[in-house]
Design a binder for this molecule. Structure first.
Ligand code: ASP
Ligand code: MG
Length: 445
């Protein structure tokens, strides 16, 4: 691109440097048409999508098709499948608790390999491409190693490259803090890199290419009749992601919500298909289902304190030390008291279970309950749908379904758009299948 592209395009009046007609030197009214069809896409490819040289070439060919249609493309990639796990176990082979800063230095190499390979494969097709590490792309994060949050992205470099006709290939999952340390964004963090870049560059769409062709009503491995959703609202997606649907990193969904990024989940293995679009409101073309999906999560554990004195400050005495240990608490249930005593239950991530039990046993020296009980064989099943706001009877349908299957409900929690139920882990598949059927989710909308 020459330096002459300052100011406005004399033909269509757009900023000259983002006018496609001006950039390609077209001198007629075609400018408007060219600009109307040009879009900026951020395409994120996960580990399996770049898992082999063949898969990488496949990605390059898809990118090339978008470029051929006149679009600008930013590619965000994960490490090749298995690589991040391999690096973590390598670290654990020399250190029982790898230093988080050093772990990030190492983990970031996985994505660095992918970006270079993808850029090379794209260039091989005669298209200009350039790779960027998180630091080169100036993805600034806080300093919380291994789960850093993106604070800011300086889009100047990337913009200039895009405007000069390059495909920009950015390493997912990594950034740099303000002292120049390499950081990573937590497992699955490349999704968040993709969405954050889409927000920073004001992209038309952020496409997440993965090994499934969209977001399903539930996990098809459990319910073969599960159906791909054409659309899901952002709020529902947030619930599905936090309740156990592993398609998107939850932070990426939060990010998309905050910056209103148009987000779509698609298969990188199929060339057809529109995937699932995550929308912001229930528009007229939304599927009319009351319930969008059934999420489930086997990663939980339940802790109960029996016969706790029912007096002010008790919840704090129980949960304070848990919070101090940085353990997230999910559901909390306290019963009506009898004779001044009550039972208090809550759930934590299963990997925090043992630590939480230890903490509570020592806290119980002051609380003086009648006993601390733990169960790490529970699962949480959730019915999710914005339609719940305007439809009665969803909870009773869910409870009736579980009753008919003979499944005992241990805990219940609800929000405006979800009902979560804790049950014995061994019934999770039965419950999910029953609920999926009870809410007619297998039928096309
Ligand atoms: N490679 C990282 C992981 O395996 C980040 C990602 O794939 O999104 O978690
Ligand atoms: Mg992922």
């Amino acid at each position: 691109m020459s330096d002459g592209f300052h100011g406005l395009c004399p033909i269509c009046g757009l900023l000259a440097r983002s006018c496609r007609g001006a950039r390609s030197g077209t001198l007629d009214r075609l400018h408007k048409q060219l600009n109307a069809s040009m879009a900026l896409f951020v395409q994120k490819y996960g580990g399996t999508s770049v898992g082999s040289p063949e898969r990488i070439q496949h990605v390059a060919r898809r990118v090339a098709r978008f470029v051929a249609q006149g679009h600008q493309v930013v590619v965000v990639v994960s490490a090749m499948s298995g690589e991040t796990n391999r690096l973590i176990s390598l670290a654990k082979s020399v250190s029982s608790q790898p230093d988080p800063r050093e772990l990030d230095v190492m983990l970031s190499t996985g994505e660095q390999v992918s970006i270079a390979l993808v850029a090379m494969a794209i260039m091989e097709l005669g298209i200009k491409a350039r790779s960027y590490t998180g630091r080169q792309a100036q993805i600034l994060t806080d300093s919380v190693h291994t789960r850093a949050r993106i604070v800011e992205i300086d889009r100047v470099n990337l913009r200039a490259d895009l405007d000069a006709g390059y495909v920009v290939v950015v390493a997912g999952f990594q950034g740099v803090d303000d002292s120049g340390n390499i950081t990573t964004l937590g497992r699955g963090g490349s999704d968040t890199t993709g969405v954050a870049l889409a927000a920073a560059l004001n992209a038309d769409e952020c496409q997440i290419y993965t090994d499934v062709d969209g977001v399903y009503t539930t996990d098809p491995r459990v319910v073969p009749e599960a159906r791909r959703l054409k659309t899901i609202t952002f709020e529902e997606m947030l619930e599905m992601a936090s309740l156990g649907s592993k398609v998107l990193q939850i932070r990426s969904v939060e990010f998309a919500g905050n910056y209103r990024v148009k987000l779509r989940v698609l298969s990188s293995f199929q060339d057809e298909g529109e995937g699932t679009l995550i929308t912001f409101e229930e528009g007229p073309d939304m599927e009319k289902a009351v319930i969008s999906g059934i999420a489930f999560n086997r990663d939980e554990a339940k802790i109960t304190l029996l016969g706790v004195p029912d007096r002010p400050g008790i919840a704090y005495q129980i949960l304070g030390p848990i919070g101090d240990a940085n353990i997230d608490v999910d559901m909390i249930v306290q019963n009506v008291s009898h004779d001044g005593l009550t039972d208090f239950s809550f759930t934590v991530h299963r990997s925090d279970f043992h630590q939480a039990m230890e903490i509570l046993k020592s806290a119980d020296a002051h609380i003086k309950s009648r006993g601390v009980m733990g169960d790490d064989k529970i699962a949480k099943v959730s019915v999710v749908g914005v339609g719940m706001r305007s439809h009665a009877g969803i909870a009773s349908t869910a409870f009736r379904t579980l009753a008919e299957e003979g499944i005992n409900i241990q805990m219940i929690s609800t929000s405006e758009i979800k009902i979560s139920i804790v049950i014995d882990e061994k019934y999770v598949e039965l419950a999910v299948r029953g609920l999926h059927k009870a809410f007619d989710l297998e039928q096309g909308a």
